[in-house]
Design a protein around this ligand. Structure first.
Ligand SMILES: CC(C)(COP(=O)(O)OP(=O)(O)OC[C@H]1O[C@@H](n2cnc3c(N)ncnc32)[C@H](O)[C@@H]1OP(=O)(O)O)[C@@H](O)C(=O)NCCC(=O)NCCS
Length: 144
């Protein structure tokens, strides 16, 4: 599927669209809405959107933290586009982009349910499983 990826500036209308997608995919299925806590760091993250015929179908954000590690957040694919390779394309774009910006490792606080997805993208588990927001998580990382 052909997708166009864009870097999205914080607080522009395109950013608000990514918030809506994030809420629909990651919070509403848990009976929640995005909280102030969820977005508190957004002004210091870089936001990425993937578009199909001009419509946002996937998004994530990242921040370079200490020692060349890029922390990736809120990877989400619009429900009707899931399991069609969109997440993998988003991860490939993000990986190339953060590498150009000096990162040597990707890190994600992954949901256990998505572990297989991360493995397919070349990540390996690190640390123990834990519960966050009542969901089992497994942190994952990848050297790039
Ligand atoms: C997880 C998510 C980002 C994956 O994106 P996607 O576009 O659906 O995944 P892709 O189609 O690119 O899948 C790539 C591979 O991972 C596998 N995969 C994808 N999601 C999976 C899941 N939840 N469990 C197990 N395997 C999964 C696919 O089978 C595929 O393997 P294949 O190429 O052998 O068929 C997306 O499904 C999503 O937004 N889920 C809900 C939100 C979420 O859980 N986000 C991650 C939070 S940590």
């Amino acid at each position: 599927m052909h997708l166009l990826f864009k870097i999205i500036q914080y607080d522009l209308p395109e950013y608000k669209e990514t918030l809506q997608l994030r809420e629909n995919v990651m919070r509403k299925p848990l009976g929640l809405l995005l909280s102030v806590e969820d977005v508190k760091d957004d002004n210091v993250r870089t936001h990425i959107g993937g578009y199909r015929n001009g419509v946002l179908v996937c998004a994530c954000s990242f921040k370079i933290i200490h020692r060349k590690i890029a922390h990736i957040y809120s990877i989400c694919v619009k429900q009707e586009f899931q399991n069609r390779g969109v997440g993998q394309q988003l991860m490939r774009f993000t990986e190339k982009y953060v590498k150009l910006h000096g990162a040597a490792r990707l890190y994600v606080e992954g949901r256990k349910s998505a572990e297989n997805f991360y493995r397919k993208c070349g990540f390996s588990p690190c640390g123990s499983e834990y519960i966050d927001m009542n969901i089992l998580h497994q942190d994952m990382r990848k050297d790039i």
